[in-house]
Design a protein around this ligand. Structure first.
Ligand code: NI
Length: 254
């Protein structure tokens, strides 16, 4: 059994064949899918999917750093309201993005810190988006780590040194389709640090693994990621499934 710890099932590209897509994932052994939120515009579709597949699809709540704009305080108020009235399985996705736009970096940091405090208040894990900002995200987590904070550096793409810092903080790294790309250093990083803090994800509909690179991604492709990690470590994909599922279940408290 696999867990997709990060999949945007509510995205428009996935709506077209939603029922079949989710069934394909379940048939492929990916029986649990965790959905990170983006902003107030994605909540209704996410909650509808969570309500339709309550045993398979689990919602998170949060404001994605790429959606931190001038109205971010209103958006954070919406996040805060939802947390008070519904069950969510993590705060996410939250963090810093230095790749797309640096206009709102200060506001991104403020939103990140505020949402980590919400996670501590609700005793929830956090799912971190750290594009081109891994070290700053690590430093933010370290400044807030009181022994109770846990979570995932989603779509981890950092160095061995950064991976070791993440493990020291008690956090996991989400590994997705990028690990299957020819020039990826991720197989070497994982070989070096081991599987104890690794969870699997797709980040669907983005970043499809080989041989689907460049096409629409979906949760059913998680076993391809496990297979690649297994090849790198000379162990079976079933063993990768067992270890990464246990890591994810521990993290999400199931
Ligand atoms: Ni994402």
């Amino acid at each position: 059994m696999y867990i997709d710890t990060h999949t945007h099932l509510y995205e428009e590209q996935l709506n077209i064949d939603e029922r079949e897509m989710i069934q394909r994932a379940i048939d492929a052994g990916v029986s649990k899918m965790y959905m990170p939120n983006c902003d107030s515009t994605t909540i209704d579709a996410m909650m509808r999917i969570a309500g339709t597949w309550p045993a398979n699809c689990y919602p998170m709540m949060g404001l994605h750093p790429c959606y931190v704009k001038d109205n971010y305080k209103d958006e954070l108020a919406i996040v805060t309201d939802w947390l008070a009235k519904e069950k969510f399985y993590a705060i996410g996705e939250i963090g810093l993005d230095y790749y797309w736009d640096l206009t709102h970096t200060a506001q991104q940091k403020e939103a990140f810190a505020y949402q980590i405090d919400l996670a501590l208040q609700y005793n929830l894990p956090i799912v971190i988006h750290s594009r081109e900002s891994t070290q700053d995200c690590i430093d933010m987590v370290r400044s807030k780590q009181n022994g109770k904070l846990n979570g995932i550096f989603h779509c981890f793409g950092g160095t061995i040194e950064e991976a070791k810092q993440i493990i020291d903080l008690g956090f996991c790294m989400g590994i997705g389709g990028v690990v299957t790309f020819k020039k990826s250093n991720l197989p070497d990083v994982i070989k070096e640090v081991g599987l104890s803090n690794i969870v699997l994800e797709t980040d669907a509909p983005y970043l499809a693994p080989m041989p689907y690179r460049g096409k629409r991604n979906e949760s059913a492709y998680v076993p391809l990621i496990a297979e690649k990690i297994g090849d790198a470590m000379q162990i079976s994909k079933e063993e990768i499934a067992r270890i990464t599922t246990a890591n994810a279940e521990k993290l999400f408290g199931v």
